[in-house]
Design a protein around this ligand. Structure first.
Ligand code: DMJ
Length: 532
C-alpha cells in the first residue's frame, strides 16, 4: 500500500454520509469541518484492488470467434478515432475530422484536452497500451488547470473529474488522482448559493481565498438563472469519490453540500410526484413545470439508482427517491403508441408532449439496472419496461435510412418513433441507445442486443467514418448525409466503450464492481472501507 493524500488530515467518515440520509447539510456558506490531527489520511489502493471481485479487464476466455472479431473491430475504431485526434487536434477539446483541426468550444472554461481525458479509460480497457501512454503523457506534461473562463459545472464534473477518477481507480497512477482532486476543489464556489443548490456555470479562474473559495463572481445571474435538475443532480458519484480519495476536509464538506441537494428536493412539492427540470438556486422552488427523462432531467434519475448501487446498496434514501420518481414516471409519462411501441413522454405543465429524445434512450439501461433488486413482480414489470423502451429506441434507428437514430422522435400525427421536425433529424455520435443495449445484454443475455449493437457499428462505419476520424451527421433519413465535422469526446468515452463491452465477457468492468458515471467512466462500488 502506498501513501497518498495530504499529510496530517483525517477525513470524517464520508461513507456514513451516504447511508440513509444521516448527514446534516452544511450551510451553503459554512465553515470547513474542524481539522483533526489524529492520523495521516491515506487511500489504500492495493487494498482497493484486492476488494474487487473481478480483474478490471476480465479474466475469462472461451468466447466464440465472431464475438472476438467484432470486439476487435470496435477496438480498431477507437484506435482510429484516437490516432486522428492525436494527429490533428491533440490538446484541443475535440477533433474536427473534415477540416482536420481541433475544436475548443466554450463548455470547459479554458480547460483543454476533453477528448484525452474522456478517452483515457477506454484506451486502457481496450488494452491500447501505446495510445494510453500517449494520453497519460499529455496529462502529465500539458494538462493545465490554471485556466480562466466560464465552465459548465456538469460537463467538467462528468467528463474531466469522472475520467480522471476512473483512470486512477483502474491504474493506481497518482497523476490522475491529484489532478482530479485539484480540479474538484476549483468547482466548489458553485455551491455558494442561498439554497446550496449549485449554479450551472462557474468561473474556474477567479478563486477567492475564503472557504470554500469565497463568493468570487458576480451575482447577476441569481435573479434570472435557474439550475437544471440533470446538472445539479449529477454530482454525487464523483463527489463521493473525491471525498473518499482526498481526506481533504474541503472536499468532504463538498460532499455534504451535494447531499444537501436531496434535502432541498425532498422539501419542495413535486407535481404528481414528478421532478420538474428547473429549480431556482435562490428560492429552492421550481421555475418551470417541464418534466423529462431525456435532456435536462435524465442523469438526475440515473444518479439516484447508481448512488444506491455505489454504496453497496446502503444508501436507502437514494433508492427510495429513485423508486418514487420511477413510480410517478410510470404512472404519468409511460405511454404506448397506436403501433404498440412503449415510450416515455415529456410533460409540460400537465400536458404531455409525445416525444422522446435520443438522450432519453439511456433509460432502458437504467430501468433494467434498477430492476435487479426488489420484489419479484416489480422486477419483472421493470425488466419488461426496460426491454420495451430499448426496443422502441432500436425502432428509431431501424426506421431511418442510415440505421442511426435521430436526436428526437415523436409519436403523434401518425408518426411512430421517427423525427417529424427537420431540426431533430441529426445524429451526433451519441451513446444512449448502445448504452441500453449493453446493460440489457449483461442482464438478460438475449443475443438480439449484440445483434442490434453490431448494426450500429456497421452504420457508424458507413455513414460517420470519414478519412480523418468519425463525424456526426445532419440527417439520418438520407443515405448520403452531410457531416457535422465534429468527433465528440463522448464518442470515445461512451459510444465506443459501451459497444466494446457489449462484445466482452461480463467480467470486464463487471457490474458487480463498477458503476458507470453518466459519461461512462467506471467508478468502483464501495465494497469495503478503504481508508487507512
Ligand atoms: C454525455 O456527455 C453524457 O452521457 C450526458 O449525460 C448526456 N449527453 C452526452 C452524450 O449524449
Amino acid at each position: 500500500a502506498r501513501m497518498a493524500g495530504p499529510p496530517a488530515r483525517t477525513a470524517p467518515g464520508s461513507r456514513q454520509q451516504v447511508q440513509g440520509g444521516e448527514s446534516r447539510a452544511q450551510p451553503a456558506s459554512g465553515a470547513p469541518p474542524a481539522r483533526e490531527t489524529r492520523a495521516p489520511f491515506r487511500f489504500d489502493y492495493e487494498r482497493f484492488r484486492r476488494s474487487l471481485r473481478h480483474p478490471v479487464r476480465g479474466g475469462r476466455t472461451g468466447e466464440d470467434p465472431e464475438t472476438r472479431a467484432r470486439r476487435m473491430k470496435i477496438k480498431e475504431m477507437m484506435k482510429f478515432a484516437w490516432d486522428n485526434y492525436k494527429q490533428y487536434a491533440l490538446g484541443k477539446n475535440e477533433l474536427r475530422p473534415l477540416t482536420r483541426n481541433g475544436h475548443i468550444g466554450n463548455m470547459f472554461g479554458g480547460l483543454r484536452g476533453a477528448t484525452v481525458i474522456d478517452a483515457l479509460d477506454t484506451l486502457y480497457i481496450m488494452e491500447l497500451e501505446q495510445e494510453f501512454q500517449e494520453a497519460k503523457q499529455w496529462v502529465e506534461k500539458s494538462f493545465d488547470l490554471n485556466v480562466n473562463g466560464e465552465a459548465s459545472l456538469f460537463e467538467v464534473n462528468i467528463r474531466y473529474i469522472g475520467g480522471l477518477l476512473a483512470t486512477y481507480y483502474l491504474t493506481g497512477e497518482e497523476v490522475f488522482r491529484s489532478k482530479a482532486l485539484e480540479l474538484g476543489e476549483k468547482l466548489l464556489p458553485a455551491f455558494n448559493t442561498p439554497t446550496g443548490i449549485p449554479r450551472g456555470v462557474i468561473n474556474l479562474g477567479r478563486q477567492g481565498t475564503a472557504f470554500p473559495h469565497g463568493m468570487s463572481w458576480s451575482w447577476g445571474w441569481a435573479s434570472a438563472g435557474s439550475s437544471i435538475l440533470a446538472e445539479f443532480g449529477t454530482l454525487h458519484l464523483e463527489f463521493l469519490h473525491l471525498s473518499e480519495l482526498s481526506g481533504n476536509p474541503v472536499l468532504v464538506c463538498a460532499l455534504s453540500q451535494v447531499m444537501n441537494i436531496r434535502r432541498v428536493l425532498s422539501r419542495v412539492e413535486k407535481p404528481q410526484g414528478l421532478y420538474p427540470n428547473f429549480l431556482s438556486p435562490v428560492t429552492g422552488s421550481w421555475v418551470q413545470h417541464h418534466v423529462s427523462i431525456g435532456g435536462l432531467g435524465d442523469s438526475f434519475y440515473e444518479y439516484l439508482i447508481k448512488s444506491w448501487l455505489m454504496s453497496d446498496k446502503r444508501d436507502s434514501e437514494a433508492r427510495k427517491m429513485y423508486d418514487d420518481a420511477l413510480e410517478a414516471i410510470e404512472k404519468h409519462l409511460v405511454k404506448k403508441s397506436a403501433g404498440g411501441l412503449t415510450y416515455i413522454a415529456e410533460w409540460r405543465g400537465g400536458i404531455l408532449d409525445h416525444k422522446m429524445g435520443h438522450l432519453a434512450c439511456f433509460s432502458g439501461g437504467m430501468i433494467a439496472l434498477g430492476a435487479q433488486h426488489g420484489a419479484e413482480q416489480r422486477r419483472q414489470r421493470h425488466m419488461e419496461l426496460a426491454a420495451e423502451i430499448t426496443s422502441t429506441c432500436h425502432e428509431s434507428y431501424t426506421r431511418s435510412d442510415t440505421k442511426l437514430g435521430p436526436e428526437a422522435f415523436r409519436f403523434d400525427a401518425g408518426s411512430e418513433a421517427t423525427a417529424t421536425r427537420l431540426s431533430e433529424r441529426y445524429y451526433i455520435l451519441r451513446p444512449e441507445v448502445v448504452e441500453s443495449y449493453m446493460y440489457l445484454w449483461r442482464l438478460t443475455h438475449d443475443p438480439k442486443y449484440r445483434h442490434w449493437g453490431w448494426e450500429v457499428v456497421q452504420a457508424l462505419e458507413k455513414h460517420c467514418r470519414v478519412e480523418a476520424g468519425f463525424s456526426g451527421i445532419r440527417d439520418v433519413y438520407t443515405t448520403t448525409p452531410t457531416h457535422d465535422n465534429m468527433q465528440q469526446s463522448f464518442f470515445l468515452a461512451e459510444t465506443l466503450k459501451y459497444l466494446y463491452l457489449l462484445f466482452c465477457e461480463d467480467d470486464v468492468l463487471s457490474l458487480e464492481d463498477w458503476v458507470f458515471n453518466t459519461e461512462a467512466h467506471p467508478l468502483p462500488i464501495n465494497h469495503t472501507d478503504l481508508k487507512a
